[in-house]
Design a protein around this ligand. Structure first.
Ligand code: PGA
Length: 304
């Protein structure tokens, strides 16, 4: 069972490294599980093509059956979880890296109410969240825009204001009502293409017919903030990520026309998924209370 689960992840991600990340295992452990399965079957399941790996014909067959086995196993887990009730269940949630700026606060309150539950939190970018939903590997996902092309239920639970950030000594920091086209003169530090924040930023500028200059690309909000602080460019980030920096005046938000761009956070799960009692309790909690517990308190203009 374990080998099939590992195999299914490698086959889906077509990468030992990414599968290891998703499974929270080391890469050698993942390779070993696949090798043992290949030994038992007596056929290679993957072949190498340069740096890439591909499924062999046997691999494709095993993938077909392992998907069905994994689906049944998950259904069994869901049924067993539902028998445990809310007090002792296990909850697996995955959140966008940006959501992780407030998710621990939500989980702390939830865990206080239900001390007996086991929690697992995966933090990753939008692209990987979509894959986790596709493979039905988690109970609930907290993310920006729900994915298209997968049959999901999604519910809004809080606003996500996107703001333009700059170092406090930036010339625009003292300006009021900055016209949006003025941004075309600046360079923007970008998140990676799989990021929901980046997609929202690109959509916003293209909706307003504005082409911005891309500067460095970073895979973490923390790296983007450091880059902006160091004068490498402006950026657009969720207000949730910069509460501390605004408080300590390490960054400022710019008063650009059209900003804050008010997006929304969604709670998402596969349509038809049998939510366990603990997953349902968490869903109800997030919808009813997330905004009170986790909305950014510091949305104020930093410039006199
Ligand atoms: P990100 O997520 O951390 O991938 O940018 C934000 C989102 O889903 O909108």
């Amino acid at each position: 069972m374990r080998q099939l689960r590992v195999f299914e992840t490698v086959a889906r991600r077509l990468s030992y490294t990414r599968a290891a990340e998703e499974l929270h295992l080391s890469q050698p452990a993942v390779s070993m599980q696949v090798r043992q399965l290949e030994d038992e079957i007596g056929l290679p399941l993957f072949e190498r093509l340069g740096k890439r790996i591909l499924l062999t014909e046997a691999g494709q067959e095993v993938q077909h059956y392992s998907l069905a086995v994994n689906r049944s196993l998950r259904e069994m887990e869901e049924v067993l979880e539902s028998l445990k009730g809310v007090g002792r269940g296990r909850l697996q949630i995955a959140v966008a890296s940006t959501v992780n700026y407030f998710a621990p606060r939500l989980l702390a309150v939830f865990q206080q109410r239900y001390p007996g539950i086991g929690l697992r939190l995966d933090v990753t970018n939008r692209e990987t969240l979509v894959q986790l939903l596709e493979s039905n590997s988690v109970d609930l996902v907290l993310m920006g825009v729900p994915p298209k092309g997968i049959d999901v239920e999604s519910e809004v639970f809080m606003e996500n204001p996107l703001v333009v950030i700059a170092p406090p000594d930036h010339p625009l920091a003292v300006e009021r009502r900055i016209p949006m086209p003025r941004l075309a003169e600046e360079v923007f530090v970008m998140r990676e293409p799989g990021s929901g924040t980046r997609q929202a930023m690109e959509r916003f500028f293209s909706e307003h017919g504005l082409t911005i200059r891309h500067g460095m690309q970073m895979t973490r909000n923390e790296a983007v903030k450091q880059a902006v602080r160091s004068g490498l460019g402006l950026s657009v980030v969720s207000l949730h990520t910069i509460e501390l920096e605004l408080e300590t005046r390490r960054l400022v938000t710019l008063e650009v026309e059209g900003f804050p761009d008010l997006r929304q956070w969604h709670l998402v799960y596969r349509r038809g998924k049998r939510l366990s009692p603990v997953a349902r309790a968490f869903r109800n909690f997030v919808i009813a209370e997330a905004a009170t517990i986790a909305a950014p308190t510091l949305f104020r203009r930093e410039n006199p």
